[in-house]
Ligand binder design. Sequence first.
Ligand code: CA
Length: 541
Amino acid sequence: MKNLKLLKAMAFVLTALLMLSACSKPAPSSSAPASQAAGTAASGGSTTAAKNFLCSDKPITLSAHIHWSNVYVLNDNWTITKEAAKLTNISLKGTASPAETDSKQAFNLMIASKNIPDMVGGNRDSINKFGMEGAFVPLNDLIEKNAPDIKKYLDANPDVKAAITAADGKIYQIPFVYRALISEAWFIREDWLKKLNLKAPTTVDEMYNVLKAFVTQDPNGNGQKDEVGLFTRLSSPQDNKVLSVLSLFGVSDYWHTNKNGKVEIGLYTPEYKQAIKNVAKWYSEGLIDKEIFTRGSKSRDILFPENNGGVIHDWIPSTCSYNPKISEKVPGFKLIGILPPKDINGDVWEVAARDKLSGAGWAMSVNNKYQVESIKYMNFWWKDEGIRLSTYGIEGDTYTMVDGKPKYTDKVLKASNPINDYMRKLGGQIDDMGYPHDASYERFMTDEEGIKTLDLYEKSGVVNKMNVKLPALSFTEKELNLITSKYPTCRTYMLEQLQKWTFDGSKVDAEFNNYMSTLKSMGIEEIIATYQAAYDRMNKK
Ligand code: CA
């Protein structure tokens, strides 16, 4: 506790010092000695192919703070960064202590130490804050002149460019980006459908009928009325347990734009009134898990082995992994992925999607003497070869090429830990190193049904509609203060009321107007206006 206080005080002093220095001299941009463009003739033992990736004529070592996800800390055993060094002539030397088990704490300690290494991994808000105070190099010019692959992505994704741009108009962090946005899907028990002679539902009404049959016609065949229709495991945003059910009634509970292009949030819209009444109706008829608000993160592990769960909306690879696991215990057990049923308005859309940005990424400190080389190195990880290296590791060791595509070797596929953890321990798939995510590896983490479902959602185009979920927005400090001071109270009230009405829909008509005006008095309109302003700013950039 004492240490934390001291640390906070040190961080404050440092912040003040950085602000002073930021005022007295402009942060250097591309003043470091420029090396020749990658791909030009360079001496050394590299192969011809490798020369294309050289970021420096002579080998250089950059100090780097990479301490990500509380577990993954840059060290000399990372074979993937060592392989990159062979190709680029740039080595990384880790400065963060693996003894520290809290990445945020490690970042704060590094900042407070005043000894900021050449490269720094960290979340965007922190990087931008200290960047604007003079600790990190503005990267705009460096990207423009020396990072063609990063530039190409940002030009093609103006929403991401706007989101990563700090309030002073500069970019300080090269972000980790998701290129495939599919995350969750609807899954239904095919064996139960067959048993009851039903088809997979394609509309909200058909879903109602299927769920009704599931909970009344004993598809698990034990003579008891113990089936659970629709259940959930995940709950987002901020713990809305019936998020997926609401989507069937036309409501997105993410920040999104409505038909008029205006920003809104699902639980503060006129449409929500009818939607929550429908949720309550389904709940009262037993179509939704009675314990949906309390079941928790183990719901699949409870309801599938007991042969009780019928329909779930959840992540694709992990949900499909129950097929081989459970079919030993429950003969015939089979989950299949289906497209989102047509909602009450006749629209087909998927409520869940990844954001393009995870928030993680890395920056360059003003102490870095090799800024041009460093930005070229950051750019290397955005080339196909860099992405393959970060995702699949070393050819012949962790993967081989099969029909032109990388395939993990058995040492990865048969390892006791999941693929991503295995690769991270070798220095791959590290979000704090600001490169594109390659979702192709997820296909190695699922079964045939999972791959089919991924393809189904990918081809149908049901994911990532702007009127479902806004991209990450960039807020000013003032805007952020308003949101963090007012929104949590609004959100708590929304979710309390959501649960209350799910249990008793008869109260909605009488209470809805008062609910809306209570939220208004809590400041929801100001929060919406703040999101609108940030959204409009993004569109202007
Ligand atoms: Ca039964």
